[in-house]
Structure formats: C-alpha cells, structure tokens
Design a binder for this molecule. Structure first.
Ligand SMILES: NC(=O)c1ccc[n+]([C@@H]2O[C@H](COP(=O)([O-])OP(=O)(O)OC[C@H]3O[C@@H](n4cnc5c(N)ncnc54)[C@H](O)[C@@H]3O)[C@@H](O)[C@H]2O)c1
Length: 261
C-alpha cells in the first residue's frame, strides 16, 4: 500500500461520503492527507480516526464557496510538507429535483458557488504550486449527470458538465508542466448526499436508481476512491484530460433488450 508514498494530498468535502473514502484510501497508500470540509466536528473525528489507524491525516475547516478558505487549505498543506502533489476538488451539494423554471436565482447561485466556482478556485490555488514543482495531479469530481439526462437536475448537470470541459482544457494547457488534470464521473453512490435526496423525493427512488445501473446495484464510495488513487498515482503518469466514469454502466445505457423489441 505505497502507491502514494511521500505525496501530499488535499481533499475537499472530506468529512463524509466519497471525499472521506478518498482521504482514507489515499492515506492508506502512504499519502499525507489534509481534509477540508464545513462539517468541522465530523471532519475532525474522521481525521482522528485515520490517525489512530496509523495514517498521516489532518482536518481543516474549508467552505469551498469561500475563496480564502480554499487558499488557506492549500497553504496549510504546503506549509506542512513543502509540496502539493494531489488536489481533489470533491465537495458539492445536491440542489435539484425540480424543473429548472422552479429553481430560484438564490438556489442557482448557491449551486454554482459550491459545485463549480469551488473547482475554479481549487485549481487556481493548486496550479501555480504544481507548475513550480513540474509535477502534480488534480482530480475534479464530476458526475454521470454530466453525460445523461435526468428530470429535475439541469443546474447540477450544467455545473458537472462545465467541470469536465474545464478539466480537459486545463489538461491541455498545463500538460507541458507535467501537471495532470482528470475528472471522475460517478454513477449513483451510496453516500449521505443520496440519503438526503431519498428523504426529499421518496424511498421508491432507490429501486429506480438500482434499475438504472446495468451492474444491478448502486456504487460504494470506496469504488470511486480507487479511481482517485489511480489518477493521483504515478501509474497514471500518462493519463490526463480524461473523464473516468465509475458508474456501473449507467452512461452506457440505453441498451437493446431483444425480447422487448
Ligand atoms: N453520491 C453520488 O451518487 C454522486 C454521484 C455523482 C457525483 N457525485 C459527486 O461526488 C462528490 C461527493 O459527493 P457525496 O455523495 O460524497 O456527497 P456528500 O453530501 O455525501 O458529502 C459531501 C461532503 O461535502 C461537504 N460539503 C458540503 N458543502 C460544502 C462546502 N460548501 N464546503 C466544503 N465542504 C462541503 C459535506 O459536509 C460533506 O462532508 C460531489 O462532487 C458529488 O457531486 C456524487
């Protein structure tokens, strides 16, 4: 378990869900991880739990909709180890489940601030350090929602689609500095975000989600974390500008089912 030995990794939205799974997996691979989140108690406890298990992990408050918080998170990581090897822009919120014409301007701006402007800011902070090092891996969390249509999630899908385009653009621009940028598009993953969506839209939704994934189940946060570890590691040294789908085949649909033809 030494795929990230000696690397410094910053992960946003790391107190729970996919972000926590990424922090745990990266720490288990030898990285020194700095976890940012707005859920301070949960984040502190999560980092303490990782330390008890022998990991090199710390937590720092970071609201990704606040520019100085992201700058502070990155600066803290660099001041601790002198490096920033991996930046995972993961934090996001789910505002949706309504037609776009019912979304308020306030909801739109909040979603864009937390889900998209945050990625711009995370990259803005990380890139100069990685360019100076002539090495680094930035991983931006997109979504299967960027690839398919699903009623009620236009703004969320728009932000995730923009993340994929921006990631590809930056991969081209900063590849000459040996800085790699990739995104991950998870399918439906079993996290608190989806518990919130189920609470909002009803339990029948889970059955529909399972049916949407050809693999026949929703995903685990650890399965997304594995993809992030790969993209952060030297094994992915020639991989940049991709969107890695970890979606149980969700975006490979629709499929042709002969007996229904
Ligand atoms: N769960 C899924 O099915 C799924 C599918 C596709 C993409 N994603 C993406 O994966 C990422 C993680 O999702 P998740 O399901 O683990 O979410 P989650 O809600 O379970 O966890 C998100 C974490 O981000 C934190 N957070 C929320 N607002 C924040 C802010 N302003 N600043 C910093 N931290 C904040 C929360 O406190 C929480 O710890 C997100 O980018 C999400 O869009 C999730």
């Amino acid at each position: 378990m030494t795929r990230l030995l000696g690397k410094t990794a910053v992960i946003t939205g790391a107190a729970d869900g996919i972000g926590f799974a990424i922090a745990k997996a990266m720490a288990a691979e030898g990285a020194r991880v700095l976890m940012g989140d707005i859920a301070d108690d949960k984040g502190e406890a999560a980092a303490a739990g990782l330390r008890e298990a022998g990991a090199n992990a710390d937590f720092r408050h970071c609201d990704v909709s606040v520019e100085t918080d992201i700058a502070g998170l990155v600066a803290a990581a660099v001041s601790a180890t002198g490096r920033l090897d991996v930046m995972v822009n993961n934090a996001a919120i789910a505002i949706g489940g309504m037609p776009i014409y019912e979304m308020t301007d306030e909801q739109w701006h909040r979603l864009i601030a937390v889900n998209l402007t945050s990625v711009f800011r995370g990259c803005k902070q990380a890139l100069p350090i990685m360019i100076r090092q002539q090495a680094g891996s930035i991983i931006n969390m997109a979504s299967a929602q960027a690839h398919i249509g699903l009623d009620g999630w236009t703004a969320y899908a728009g932000a995730k689609g923009a993340i994929i385009s921006m990631t590809r653009q930056m991969a081209v621009e900063f590849g000459p500095h040996n800085v790699r940028l990739n995104s991950i598009s998870p399918g439906t993953i079993n996290t608190p975000m989806n518990e919130q969506v189920i609470a909002q839209l009803g339990p029948g939704l889970m059955q529909s989600w399972v049916g949407m994934h050809p693999i026949g189940r929703i995903g685990k946060p650890e399965e997304v974390a594995e993809a992030a570890v790969y993209l952060a590691s030297d094994a992915a040294g020639f991989t940049t500008g991709i969107d890695l789908k970890v979606d149980g085949g969700l975006t490979a649909l629709p499929r042709f089912i002969p007996h229904q033809a």
